[in-house]
Write a new protein. Structure first.
Length: 164
């Protein structure tokens, strides 16, 4: 299974339920990586999407504790076990965990490949992602530096070193 995330220098991912910054290049990268694949995310994350609608061209799996929650075009799961049973129907290389913080944390040990957009800035945040550098994960690919309106960032691919 994969995870895809955008972080700042301190591995911050959000504040007050929103991303730290709007980067069109990161949104394009996210679309390239996830289009035609399976995305797993929490109910709070989908509520930040336009109209709270699922992302087109992907199998959307939503994790929520709310037993009454419904969202047309999504597969709704109420536990980690339910999600794992659902994603077992797909090639694990095509499954991407994409937020928010609680969902990343819940599936962290199930993910082997992390696609990280690393922003060369520090933001005030209330949600964080585990520091893959400090945990000894290996960078197997890194893009050229990118920039949008003065904000510098790059894309990296981290893989687990079987250090679970």
């Amino acid at each position: 299974m994969n995870a895809i995330v955008v972080v700042d220098r301190n591995w911050a991912i959000g504040r007050d339920g929103n991303l730290l910054v709007h980067l069109p290049g990161d949104l394009k990268y996210f679309k390239e990586k996830t289009l035609g694949n399976v995305i797993v995310y929490g109910r709070k994350t989908i509520s930040t999407y336009p109209g709270g609608k699922p992302l087109p061209g992907r199998t959307n799996i939503i994790l929520t504790r709310d037993q009454a929650y419904e969202n047309e075009g999504c597969i709704i799961c109420h536990s980690k076990d339910e999600v794992l049973a659902e994603v077992a129907k797909y090639d694990e290389e095509k499954v991407f965990v994409c937020g928010g913080a609680e969902t990343y944390e819940l599936f962290f040990d199930d993910v082997d490949t992390f696609y990280v957009t690393k922003i060369d800035e520090e933001y005030e945040a209330d949600r964080f992602f585990p520091d893959l550098d400090a945990k000894g994960y290996q960078v197997t690919w890194e893009s050229e530096p990118q920039e949008h309106k003065g904000t510098k960032y790059r894309f990296l691919k981290y893989v687990r070193n079987d250090n679970r």
